[in-house]
Design a protein. Structure first.
Length: 279
């Protein structure tokens, strides 16, 4: 067997496995969307058909006309996600720049402390955090969910690694021209690591939008709930009823994640690669 033939076989095998994996991943999404367009009786039919007998757009209309304020929940998730990511980017960018380009006492110690905080699950600190939020009257408010989520040690680590690859000569030249650290951070350094910023936005969007635990602990009012809580409540509310409406809710819930990922997928590899250039 020649090298050319061997390479063709390897290339074909890899392509086949990638396509097969893609189909396997795609099938649950196809079933979810297909079931969201079925009648309730057809949704429980076995074996399930790929194409519904009749497309029920009414399931999506019922989703927003049910007793559960799903539209309000979608808005709440949007507010929490957008505000949290915005504050996260500001905090992580400044902290990462400080850890990478500014010398101060205890720099390595505090950076290590941030990294160690990544090993502490939120469940371990949720009771004292709940007590604090209760004392400052933030229970059943979106601000409680936002405050808990704005600190992101992984984001600081990721941006710090990326900013470390920015040449010190660029920083020194900016200082000679009279720029301070704040200006250097936002006008010079951050634009040079925009792919890492985009990666962080995509990863955090997915995590915050899908977060169930934190809103579940701090939110109990219907009008303040987020989409994951709404879908879970809808499943219980209609658990023995309209499965199609529940899956319509799941379909609507994952649309923002799919759109964000499709729009920014090219930045993920670039951002993670840039963050691994220099430690």
């Amino acid at each position: 067997m020649t090298n050319s033939t061997r390479n063709k076989i390897i290339s074909f095998s890899i392509s086949f496995m990638v396509i097969a994996a893609g189909i396997i991943v795609f099938i649950p999404f196809l079933y979810m969307f297909s079931s969201s367009m079925r009648t309730p009786a057809e949704a429980f039919k076995l074996p399930p058909a790929i194409v519904p007998e009749r497309f029920m757009i009414e399931n999506y209309i019922s989703l927003f006309q049910s007793d559960l304020p799903f539209a309000k929940m979608f808005l709440n998730s949007s507010i929490v996600t957008i505000v949290t990511i915005g504050v996260q980017i500001v905090i992580c960018s400044m902290a990462a720049y400080a850890f990478s380009k500014i010398d101060f006492v205890g720099k390595n110690f505090w950076f290590l402390a941030f990294l160690m905080s990544m090993m502490v699950p939120v469940q371990a600190t949720i009771i004292p955090v709940y007590i604090i939020m209760s004392k400052i009257h933030l229970i059943n408010k979106l601000s409680s969910v936002i405050l808990i989520s704005v600190f992101n040690a992984f984001g600081i680590f990721l941006l710090r690694q990326s900013i470390a690859s920015v040449p010190n000569a660029v920083i020194e030249a900016a200082k000679i021209d009279g720029a301070g650290h704040f200006r250097i951070c936002w006008q010079i350094t951050i634009p040079m690591v925009k792919s890492t910023i985009a990666t962080l936005v995509i990863l955090n969007f997915n995590a915050i939008w899908n977060d169930y635990f934190v809103p579940y602990i701090f939110i109990s009012k219907w009008e303040k709930m987020t989409v994951p809580l709404g879908v879970a409540a809808m499943k219980g509310y209609m658990g023995s009823g309209n499965k199609s409406v529940v899956l319509a809710g799941v379909t609507v819930a994952i649309l923002p994640i799919l759109l964000i990922f499709l729009a920014g997928q090219k930045y993920i590899v670039e951002g993670l690669t840039a963050s691994s250039v220099k430690g």
